[in-house]
Write a protein that binds this ligand. Structure first.
Ligand SMILES: [Zn+2]
Length: 439
């Protein structure tokens, strides 16, 4: 037996099993050994055990992000698998699913295998690649979906842009259905989007900016709900931003259609008014929407219409983001601020309890992808996150592990500081404030 690790005195939250109590968590040989007295006696009495005292903190299953952009291969000036997964660990995430809009896109077996191999070498997080729906993400010819899933892809998506052609979407849903993987849709009609750069509304009019109507998103969501019903396939809607989309998803679910959804942190805290200063760090796709949309999103997260809380971590270089608003690329980073923002947007106003938040950050995204895990049951790989929900910290982009510094939250005080992240029993991140003590 290797030296056990004991995380002592925290509030253990394992919502999948209904556990919420102050207890020690024991880890040995990369696996959860048990909680408190349930851990084997020889583990608890092991004199070489390392003990970490985390009174006041939450101990929960490792967080899961269903939507990140790791940029490798091809855009290593923005992010690499190494830097992106170090950012994940620093943000409390042990598992991420990465989008295929790399350069070239993840549309063949060797590239899927490369991402998996490279992520294993880095060892900071579990990485599940999402394969492209169409070759080169050009929207024309389907990829070899079955082969890509066999190689390890957990979903397919042309994220960055939508699957525009309804017939291709239909066939993608038919082909993925027997494979049990979802088609993840970046719902944004390219014609309605046009060359818009922000939400179409009073603010865009006032600022004289080209707008993107909320219908650009919702028409694709409505179309895909119909195609999911037609095929029996599973559509997962990425980064929902519009209130109207939540109504469609809610109705689709009520009809038994296989539709799931996620949103991203910024849509729950910011509105289109944040664009007022023309900071390109408030430019993302889909755009920040109205206060009414934000209210509807919060409601949809609370009632479960939106299943998962993702990040849409989209790193860009400072050089790209320092240009003017119109020409800057869409997207912001999210891995290292997501937990704090979700605690601030959902838990502090008492919209969700901590166990409810953790479900949406662990079990729910794993379920969408058909993956196991998300609990602290004895015997499972020890993927664990420790954070202090009330401890406040300041966002300093210059300290990010991500190569992307493009955040609109620079300088914000957020709750929910991550103290430690454990992957397979190995500490992948530890806050400087958390000191080890031998017993
Ligand atoms: Zn997207």
């Amino acid at each position: 037996m290797a030296s056990p690790l004991c995380i002592r005195g925290g509030r253990v939250l394992d919502p999948a099993r209904g556990i919420d109590r102050v207890q020690d968590l024991w880890i040995v040989d990369g696996k959860i050994a048990g909680l408190g007295e349930d851990a084997p006696a020889d583990v608890r009495s092991n004199r070489s055990a390392e003990v970490l005292a985390v009174q006041g903190a939450v101990i929960c299953p490792g967080l899961v992000d269903i939507h990140v952009h790791l940029r490798e291969p091809g855009q290593e000036e923005k992010e690499t698998i190494d830097s992106g997964t170090r950012a994940a660990a620093r943000g409390g995430f042990t598992t991420v699913a990465c989008m295929p809009n790399t350069d070239p896109p993840l549309d063949d077996r060797p590239r899927i295998e490369y991402v998996i191999r490279r992520a294993r070498e880095c060892g900071h997080a579990r990485v599940h690649p999402i394969a492209a729906v169409t070759r080169g993400q050009m929207g024309e010819a389907l990829t070899e979906i079955e082969e890509l899933v066999e190689a390890g892809a957990v979903a397919i998506s042309d994220d960055g842009k939508p699957v525009r052609n309804a017939e291709i979407m239909r066939r993608a849903l038919e082909l993925t259905r027997p494979l049990g993987v979802p088609v993840i849709q970046h719902a944004e009609d390219p014609d309605l989007k046009g060359d818009g750069v922000m939400h179409e509304g009073w603010t865009s009019t006032r600022l004289g900016m080209k707008g993107i109507p909320d219908a650009a998103e919702s028409v694709i969501v409505a179309r895909d709900a119909l195609l999911a019903e037609l095929t029996g396939g599973h559509v997962h809607v990425a980064h929902v931003s519009a209130g109207r989309s939540t109504e469609i998803i809610r109705r689709a679910k009520a009809r038994g259609i296989r539709m799931t959804a996620e949103t991203a942190p910024h849509y729950l805290l910011l509105t289109d008014e944040a664009v007022e200063g023309f900071d390109p760090r408030t430019k993302m796709s889909p755009p920040l929407r109205s206060a009414k949309d934000r209210e509807a999103l919060l409601e949809a997260v609370v009632d479960g219409t939106i299943d998962c809380l993702a990040t849409d971590h989209a790193p860009h270089t400072d050089f790209e983001k320092d240009s003017d608003f119109d020409s800057a690329p869409f997207g912001i980073v999210g891995l290292e601020t997501a937990l704090g923002i979700y605690v601030k947007a959902l838990v502090e106003p008492k919209l969700l309890t901590l166990p409810e938040l953790i479900l949406r950050l662990t079990v729910n995204p794993l379920r969408v992808l058909g993956l196991p895990g998300g609990t602290l049951e004895a015997g499972v790989p020890a993927d664990v996150t420790v954070f202090d929900p009330s401890r406040r910290w300041k966002v300093r982009a210059e300290e990010f592990a991500s190569m992307g510094r493009n955040t609109p939250f620079q300088g914000w005080e957020l709750p929910g500081q991550v103290l430690m992240t454990v992957l397979n029993g190995r500490v992948t991140f530890r806050a400087e404030t958390l000191l080890a003590s031998a017993r």
